[in-house]
Design a protein around this ligand. Structure first.
Ligand SMILES: C[S@@+](CC[C@H](N)C(=O)[O-])C[C@H]1O[C@@H](n2cnc3c(N)ncnc32)[C@H](O)[C@@H]1O
Ligand code: SF4
Length: 335
């Protein structure tokens, strides 16, 4: 099938589906408590896409060339019966299906997710130091339970298990090397992510970003690394493997080396808006079409029209000034 490209020649390849805007963590860089407090107006249930609506839209995206789906949030595992959605999406031919979670609820769920058809998973874990981790998730959640979740995912046969680490200057940068040591020699693939100015509530400053090159240098000094060729156009992570042959890591340099030129990702918010950039200010309302009785052809045409008109390249234009734009929150459209 001919894959659709946008105005800058970028094909649509990935779709990130946010299944909820809620989360059981309050990571300081994503859902700061001052903003996402007790009276924060989260989406009412009726506003969320149903699993059937998500499946229909996913099929429409598969029709224009999407081949990879990432279920995300908010925290996807707080959405009830998520394995039912996994089973529905796993039935769509030719789709690579994965999920990103904070791991808090993963230990008891890993087997059911695997049985439903999930093949791989990404768990976010910012520090192995319990005090630092509790401070970063800001709900006093112990690191041991996330490690249990990672073990359960490995035991269930989810493969690969990746671990996302957001690095923020002065907060968890000392934990980079301990993290590399911990997973060195295991099948777990670490992905270090530069702290980004997503949303407009996390008070982002360029000084808070630990450049990917610095992260690689810190690890390489003790555990020598060599670069790995990208597996495909648009691969987000720069991959490195240990010279001793015991695994690989990735770094996501979205701030210091923007990859807009190769960005093939579309994002669907929990209430059915299509965003063509993580840093978008506005989405396209697909739920209105779904609930207004659009046919499958009409849905497919709508997503194709949005993608063909896409111009976004925010990360290449980023500055301290653009950090203040009223961008949509990451917990709303997923990472
Ligand atoms: C928004 S979360 C949603 C899924 C799930 N709750 C989780 O934490 O894995 C997806 C990913 O985005 C990352 N993230 C959130 N805010 C970020 C920021 N300001 N900069 C870089 N990455 C961020 C998270 O660490 C996580 O790995
Ligand atoms: S990064 Fe994930 S776990 Fe942390 S607050 Fe955001 S959505 Fe929740």
């Amino acid at each position: 099938m001919e894959r659709l490209s946008d105005t800058l020649g970028r094909p649509v390849r990935d779709l990130r589906v946010s299944v909820t805007d809620r989360c059981n963590f309050r990571c300081v860089y994503c859902m700061p408590k001052e903003v996402f407090g007790r009276d924060h107006p989260f989406l009412p249930r009726a506003e969320l896409l149903t699993f059937e609506e998500i499946e229909r839209l996913t099929r429409a995206f598969a029709g224009i060339g999407v081949e990879k789906i990432r279920i995300t949030g908010g925290e996807p595992l707080v959405r009830r019966d998520l394995e039912t959605l996994v089973a529905m999406l796993a039935r769509i031919d030719g789709l690579d299906l994965t999920l990103t979670t904070n791991g808090a609820l993963l230990a008891p769920k890993a087997r059911a997710l695997k049985d439903a058809g999930l093949r791989r998973i990404t768990v976010s874990l910012d520090s192995l130091d319990d005090d630092v981790f509790r401070a970063m998730n800001d709900v006093d959640f112990p690191v041991a339970r996330v490690l249990d979740g990672i073990d359960a995912a490995l035991a269930a046969g989810l493969d690969p298990v990746k671990v996302n680490v957001v690095v923020k200057r002065g907060l968890n940068e000392d934990g980079v090397l301990p993290m590399a040591r911990h997973f060195h020699g295991t099948s777990v693939v670490l992905r270090f992510i530069e702290y980004m100015d997503v949303g407009h509530t996390n008070g982002w400053r360029l000084d808070d970003v630990v450049p990917a090159a610095e992260i690689v240098a810190a690890i390489d000094a003790e555990l020598p690394l060599e670069p790995v060729e990208p597996a495909y156009r648009g691969e987000v992570a720069n991959r490195w493997r240990y010279r001793d042959g015991s695994g690989e890591i990735g770094v996501i340099a979205s701030v210091t080396r923007p990859f807009c030129g190769d960005c093939t990702r579309a994002r669907l918010s929990a209430d059915g808006k299509l965003y063509t950039c993580l840093f978008a200010v506005k989405g396209h309302d697909l739920r209105a079409l779904l609930r207004g009785g659009a046919t499958d052809e009409e849905l497919a045409r709508a997503v194709a029209d949005v993608w063909s008109a896409r111009t976004d390249r925010y990360s290449e234009l980023r500055s301290e000034a653009t950090a203040d734009l009223p961008k949509v929150e990451m917990s709303f459209i997923g990472g």
